[in-house]
Design a protein around this ligand. Structure first.
Ligand code: CP
Ligand code: NVA
Length: 309
């Protein structure tokens, strides 16, 4: 899948496309006044779940590029309830130039892409969060000056964020070590896919159950929530299973000197992150949040055929 037809998974991109997006985003970040690149273009933000960063960064990105974004809340559209996913996709495609979709089931973004005739960008599904991972790679590139040869330690749930991140890291040659409790590991298919990409880029993929083993020698320590949107019924069970997987200053100190701490946010203080960790001198989480804006500008410009930066 070329990005001009959408972005459902980070694996839709070749490693070269990923690098180009990171470079374009860095360029657009330096030159904030690029108002005309998407003049006259319109994007629908079709969301089934809450959002702060994804919604605001896409809306601001479109505005700053001279285009327009329309936010469609779950209650308004009733995706698959008031109207079928296929009919929503076909109708929206007559009005807008791209659809950014945040859905529960990954199949929903796939169906939107199948029936729509405009690019569909995955703004988070239960399976992946490609815009997050691309923004994260931009942040790591900024903080460390390069990506290849670095080691990222992910502590926690083998979820949508972990899935996109491991595939993105493996594609650009970054070692990825993940520590998850039993029953919450990344699925075998994603691990196979990541190992294949890693064998081509020279990266190493390691799965462990002990957080300290993942973090030893890491340049980046990363975690995400224990209970993702849609998993609220499992909250108690998950909190018990993940109790030994909290990232705190002591765990961070086991990483390489100068390692950065990352989290996609929203963060749950006292759960996956110790109180105060976001304010730790090694935390880069708000730069990471800001970079969603810059990477999504690069994604939108490529997907909508604006003059590439
Ligand atoms: N990280 C992220 O996607 O945040 P939101 O859920 O607030 O969009
Ligand atoms: N894994 C989290 C990420 C939120 C940005 C979720 O899906 O809720």
């Amino acid at each position: 899948m070329a990005i001009s037809t959408g972005l459902l998974s980070i694996a839709d991109l070749t490693p070269e496309e990923t690098q180009r997006l990171i470079q374009s985003a860095a360029f657009l970040k330096r030159r904030r006044k690029s108002r005309s690149l998407l003049k006259g273009k319109t994007v629908a933000l079709l969301f089934e779940k809450p959002s702060l960063r994804t919604r605001v960064s896409f809306e601001v990105a479109m505005w700053q590029l001279g285009g327009y974004a329309i936010y469609l809340s779950p209650a308004e559209v009733g995706l698959g309830k008031r109207e079928s996913i296929a009919d929503v996709a076909r109708t929206l495609s007559r009005f807008v130039d791209a659809i950014v979709a945040r859905t529960f089931a990954h199949e929903t973004v796939e169906l939107l892409a199948k029936y729509g005739s405009v690019p569909v960008i995955n703004g988070l599904s239960d399976h992946e969060h490609p815009c997050q991972a691309l923004g994260d790679l931009l942040t790591i590139q900024e903080k460390k000056g390069h990506l290849k040869g670095l080691r990222l330690a992910y502590v926690g749930d083998g979820n949508n964020v972990a899935r996109s991140l491991i595939l993105g890291a493996a594609a650009v040659g970054m070692d990825f070590a993940i520590a998850s409790p039993p029953g919450y590991e990344l699925d075998k298919q994603t691990l196979r896919q990541a190992k294949k990409l890693a064998s081509e880029s020279g990266a190493r993929i390691t799965t462990v159950s002990e957080p300290r083993r993942a973090v030893a020698g890491a340049d980046v320590v990363y975690t995400d929530v224990w209970v993702s949107m849609g998993q609220e019924a499992e909250s108690e069970m998950r909190r018990r299973a993940f109790a030994a997987y909290q990232v705190d200053a002591a765990l961070l100190s086991k990483a390489k000197e100068g390692a950065v701490f990352m989290h996609p946010l929203p963060g749950h203080h006292g759960e996956e992150i110790a109180e105060g960790l976001l304010d730790h001198p090694q935390s880069v989480v708000f730069d990471q949040a800001e970079n969603r804006l810059h990477i999504q500008k690069a994604i939108l410009v490529r997907a909508l055929g604006g003059k590439p930066a």
